[in-house]
Every structure is written in structure tokens, then in C-alpha cells.
Design a protein around this ligand. Structure first.
Ligand SMILES: Nc1ncnc2c1ncn2[C@@H]1O[C@H](COP(=O)(O)OP(=O)(O)OP(=O)(O)O)[C@@H](O)[C@H]1O
Length: 369
């Protein structure tokens, strides 16, 4: 069953044109000039009940405007939307009882109150029955591990602790659908993992539909089954995440701290000839399997001597590598490093979402033209 249906939904803003200079500013007050900005061109998509959908795009792409229309905060310029059977901008308060939202950049908890008090206030706003509320609250405290800081004012919580409380507050009234806008922004690796686990469990146990925007490729890979990418107000990709992973999320950025400077450095790279042969065989095997064969993307060795691995930076004992994971896995590269060098520390990062989207945009442009 479709929980969200969007047809030809668009939004155009009209804003005052600012002019430079004092005189021009006065003139603007008397005779303002207006400019139109199409934030969202007519878009169409649907979301299945129970689905976890990533809604992605660079800054200014139209994500927040779309979410605001789907939650009834904004009226569209044209088109239709149905969210859990309601027209969001016409039936906003009815819809509010059925949806939850978490905005990573904006808290919905009372800043000077402990989370326990915010939960209490929200139970009144949502008109929850006392027993039902207490049972649900205790269940969420247990599931999200909130008991240690339930009575600490929100302003004193770490970002990760606060985000788990935000999630609990959004789930208190058992919404069928939650909008999560950058739920892991600013969190460290451990806190991100905890939030992701909580989201996964909510989806698995309660079948909650999740509509998530994020600049973190990890959120998309680990949580979502489908990704919709919007750029400049237009949808440029609507694909399963497995396809996105295979086509676009094919790089990991790895920073290594070695105990000493790499020994076999130079034109030969880090790998010995045996290793290079093995890698090249691997490459042939991959190409014969049809993956990436003929793709224009160059798999530079960049001084490392392993195909699919590029050296981005070398500073004393510190190396930054880009690993193209359809050629070689991160485990294989780390295995090689560990066999040949003493490793002190390693950090594995996803490429910035902006880079991934630029790649999608360039490719969609090429395919269209
Ligand atoms: N109230 C408004 N008045 C005029 N223009 C607006 C308004 N709100 C958004 N816009 C413009 O619409 C475009 C889309 O904005 P939107 O906030 O939806 O982008 P976004 O994808 O959510 O970006 P971000 O990731 O930075 O939050 C932007 O160019 C923005 O400047």
C-alpha cells in the first residue's frame, strides 16, 4: 500500500529582490521588485508503507520544501499529495497525529527541561491515554537506552544523547510515518551507529515508514532500501539503494597512520610485483564479469601500485587513500597494509554526498543528452 503519493507537486517562491546601496534600499521600500524562484519543479513519486526511503540532494535542491509540503507546513504552487490518506496542507492537524519528525538541526524538546518532562508535555499534546503513554514511554526508554539521562536538562546532554531523546519524542504517539531530516548530523561514529540501530529496530518491529534526508552516505547504505535524488528541484534518480551502491557509492576514503614511513615508496608503489599481478588478475576477473568494464572512470594506481587504490595524500607516516570498492575491497587493502606495515590507526569514510550527487547528475545529464 502506498503511504505517500506525490503527483506534479511543485513550489515556487516569490521573494523581494535586494538592491545594493542606501538609495536603492529606500527605493525597494517604496517600489519593491519581486523575483520568482522555483524551489521544486513538478515532481512525482510514491512511497510504500514500511519502506525506508532516502531523499537526497545538495544544499538548496528542494528537500526541505518538499518535506514542508508533505507535512502540510507549505501549500504547493501546483500538484497533489496524499500522505496516509490525507491531503497534508488541507488536513494538517489530522495528519500531525499520525506522523513524527526529527530535525537534526532543530530540537523539538524543551531546552531547559529534562526529556522526561518533554515526553509528559507531548503526551498531553497528542492526547495519549495515561496507561498507553506510560507503557510506550517505558518501552522507548528501554529500547533507546535513555534511563541514565532522563532527568538531566536537555541543554546538558551530548548531541548523541539528545538525538536519541528526539527520536523517542517523535515516536511517542506511534506514528505510521516519520520524517528524519539529517538525524545523524554532527554525531561521532558510535552515536551514529546507535541512532541507526534505533531507526532500523523501529522499522523492523513496528513497520514504521521512514522518509530520511541525509548528507551521510552511511545513513543511506545502512538504512534505506531506495533512494530518490533531487537536484535543482527536479528528481534525477529514483532507484534501489543496491543499484546506487553498485553505480555510485563505489568509493571509500581511508586514512592510515603507520608506525613508520612506507619503506618501498617510489615508482614501484607499495605493492610488490606478486601483489600487483594478483590485483591485475582481480581486475581482469571483474571486467570479465561485466562490472565496470568499459567505464570511463580511470582506476589509477596513484603511486600505490594496487589497482583501484589512489593515493590522495602522503604526509610522513600518514596516508590518505581512495579505494574503488568495485575493484578491490577495503578489507583486501587493509589486509595488505597490515601484512607489510605496522598500522597505528585507521579511519574509513564515505565520499561526501555532494560528490556522489555530482556524479549522478553528470551521468543523468549524459544519458539524457
Ligand atoms: N521561503 C522561501 N522564500 C524564498 N526562497 C526559498 C524559501 N525557502 C526555500 N527557498 C529557496 O528554494 C530552494 C530550495 O530550498 P530548500 O530549503 O528546499 O533546499 P534543501 O534541499 O532543503 O537545502 P539544504 O540541504 O541546504 O537544507 C533554495 O534555492 C532556497 O533558497
Amino acid at each position: 500500500m502506498k503511504i505517500i503519493r506525490v503527483e506534479g507537486l511543485s513550489k515556487q517562491f516569490i521573494r523581494k529582490q535586494k538592491r545594493e546601496g542606501l538609495l536603492a534600499s529606500f527605493r525597494s521600500l517604496v517600489a519593491p521588485q519581486w523575483v520568482e524562484k522555483v524551489a521544486v519543479h513538478p515532481i512525482d513519486f510514491t512511497v510504500e508503507e514500511g519502506e525506508m526511503l532516502a531523499f537526497l540532494g545538495p544544499n538548496g535542491a528542494g528537500k526541505s520544501t518538499t518535506i514542508k509540503m508533505l507535512t502540510g507546513i507549505l501549500h504547493p504552487t501546483s500538484g497533489h499529495a496524499e500522505v496516509i490518506g490525507y491531503c497534508p496542507w488541507k488536513e494538517r492537524s489530522k495528519l500531525a497525529y499520525r506522523i513524527g519528525s526529527v530535525f537534526g538541526q532543530k530540537s523539538q524538546l524543551w531546552y531547559h527541561l529534562p526529556p522526561a518532562d518533554s515526553f509528559e508535555l507531548m503526551s498531553r499534546i497528542y492526547e495519549l491515554g495515561r496507561n498507553d503513554y506510560k507503557q510506550r514511554r517505558d518501552e522507548l526508554i528501554e529500547r533507546l537506552g535513555l534511563s541514565a539521562y532522563l532527568h538531566v536538562p536537555v541543554r546538558k546532554l551530548s548531541l548523541g544523547e539528545r538525538m536519541r531523546c528526539e527520536l523517542a519524542a517523535a515516536l511517542l504517539h506511534r506514528p505510521k510515518l516519520v520524517f528524519l531530516d539529517e538525524p545523524t548530523i554532527g554525531l561521532d561514529v558510535i552515536a551514529k551507529q546507535k541512532i541507526r540501530e534505533a531507526i532500523r529496530e523501529m522499522n523492523r518491529q513496528e513497520g514504521t515508514t521512514v522518509f530520511i534526508t541525509s548528507h551521510d552516505a552511511g545513513d543511506v547504505e545502512q538504512l534505506c532500501s531506495r533512494a530518490v535524488v533531487i537536484n535543482d528541484g527536479r528528481i534525477i534518480l529514483d532507484d534501489p539503494v543496491s543499484v546506487m551502491k553498485r553505480e555510485y557509492l563505489t568509493m571509500k576514503r581511508v586514512t592510515l597512520e603507520l608506525r613508520s614511513e612506507p619503506r618501498h615508496w617510489g615508482p614501484e608503489g607499495m605493492a610488490g610485483s606478486e601483489e600487483r599481478e594478483r590485483r591485475n588478475e582481480g581486475q581482469e576477473r571483474l571486467e570479465s564479469n561485466g562490472r565496470r568494464s568499459g567505464d570511463s572512470q580511470p582506476y589509477k594506481t596513484g603511486g600505490i601500485g594496487i589497482r583501484g587504490v589512489e593515493l590522495i595524500e602522503l604526509e610522513n607516516n600518514r596516508l590518505r587513500l581512495d579505494i574503488h570498492t568495485e575493484i578491490i575491497t577495503v578489507e583486501e587493502v587493509l589486509g595488505y597494509i597490515v601484512r607489510h606495515y605496522e598500522l597505528e590507526d585507521v579511519t574509513i569514510e564515505d565520499p561526501p554526498m555532494e560528490e556522489v550527487i555530482t556524479h549522478i547528475y553528470e551521468r543523468s545529464g549524459k544519458e539524457a543528452g
